[in-house]
Write a protein that binds this ligand. Structure first.
Ligand code: FDA
Length: 325
């Protein structure tokens, strides 16, 4: 995809006014196809349906880049409620969380305390917690938090983003964790990350192969059928058992393929985002793939949405022009 379009949607994903506005709109712009509801009850119903089809789920209470303590505390409470809901409903599901939603940008100890409550509660119920990885600015701080738990808890894991030059080093260090391996979703500087699809794809395959051979459990999170087909061949060739890995995709994407993989006997886990804070997540999905815009253009924009996106587009263009000077 043209980098300018990608950057535009990444810029939109970080626009505070639109993020705030979106909370009031309810699920709009096609987001309802890829976000499993705005509350726990709706999310539970979605997860039950997926579980009935043999698909396990990782649940993400949407929200990120939080700078106010009360917002982070509310997110923590909601995640604790999700853990209770998983337990009460006996769901085949675990949690994906973003450290920046729980106070990473506010204060290290505050974030650590929030995470401790969550990891401890989940441990009581034998529920796994995945620390999602965000942008490079938060990468080391997120690994540092993970390190704090690794000697006490075994129900935690994280994500390796293949676009980072340091990914190989990180995967070696964390090889005994359950790891989700992804290409990487944020806009990163050329000093720290590969910029070209071919390089990212090559590193992605290398990391997956390495972890399948050397790690404990690998979650291969991609919608890329070429990668999936490569993994199928690789595990067969190396006699890697199907209980050592799973495929993951996002809720609402390539749904037919999700079911097909289950039918073929592979373990499959769907990433299920829910909540009012859907906007940033949705814009990043649009940034990843032009065809995802179909989700958006099928919807009838209301005037308020059009105006806000128009203002944001103007801001983005102005920003680019200013940078060029
Ligand atoms: P990519 O976008 O590179 O597409 C490759 C090819 O696959 C396309 O050319 C097309 O042929 C096909 N394809 C892709 N999507 C398709 C679709 N919807 N329909 C039909 N064909 C399609 N990132 C991050 O930085 N931190 C994180 O914690 C996570 N977590 C995470 C969890 C899960 C479960 C997933 C699936 C992804 C993430 N990501 C992430 C996002 C990830 O880094 C990456 O940005 C996206 O998955 C997009 O890359 P893909 O590998 O899916 O294919």
């Amino acid at each position: 995809m043209d980098n300018a379009v990608r950057n535009f949607f990444i810029y939109l994903s970080q626009n505070k006014t639109l993020n705030q506005g979106a909370k009031k709109w309810g699920l709009r712009l096609g987001a309802q196809n890829v976000v499993a509801g705005t509350n726990i009850d709706e999310m539970v119903e979605s997860v039950k349906k997926l579980n009935a089809d043999g698909i396990s789920c990782t649940i993400d209470n949407l929200g990120e880049f939080v700078f106010e303590k009360e917002v982070a505390l509310a997110a923590k409470e909601q995640i604790l409620n999700v853990i209770e809901a998983i337990h009460e409903n006996n769901l085949d599901a675990h949690i994906s969380l973003k450290p920046s939603q729980l106070g990473l940008d506010i204060d290290h100890d505050f974030c650590l305390n929030n995470l401790t409550e969550i990891v401890k509660k989940a441990h009581e119920y034998n529920i796994f917690i995945n620390f999602d990885m965000e942008d490079y600015a938060r990468l080391q701080a997120s690994f540092d938090l993970l390190d704090k738990f690794s000697s006490t808890y075994d129900n935690i894991g994280t994500v390796i983003q293949a676009y980072f030059f340091r990914a190989k080093e990180d995967i070696e260090k964390y090889k005994n964790f359950r790891l989700r391996i992804v290409k990487g979703a944020y806009k990163e500087d050329e000093a720290v990350a590969y910029q070209h699809k071919q390089e990212i794809d090559r590193n992605y395959i290398e990391l997956i192969e390495w972890h399948l051979l050397n790690g404990t459990f690998t979650s291969i999170a991609t919608h890329d059928h070429l990668v999936i087909n490569h993994v199928k061949d690789f595990v067969q060739k190396h006699n890697i058992s199907k209980d050592k890995f799973e495929f993951q995709m996002l809720y609402g994407f390539r749904v037919d393929m999700q079911h097909e993989l289950v039918k073929e006997g592979y373990q499959f886990c769907t990433y299920v985002p829910f909540g009012e804070d859907w906007y940033g997540y949705f814009m990043r999905r649009l940034a990843e793939r032009p065809q995802n815009l179909n989700l958006l253009v099928k919807q009838v924009f209301n005037k308020k949405t059009n105006t806000l996106i128009g203002v944001a587009a103007a801001g983005f263009l102005l920003g680019r022009l200013t940078k060029r000077k």
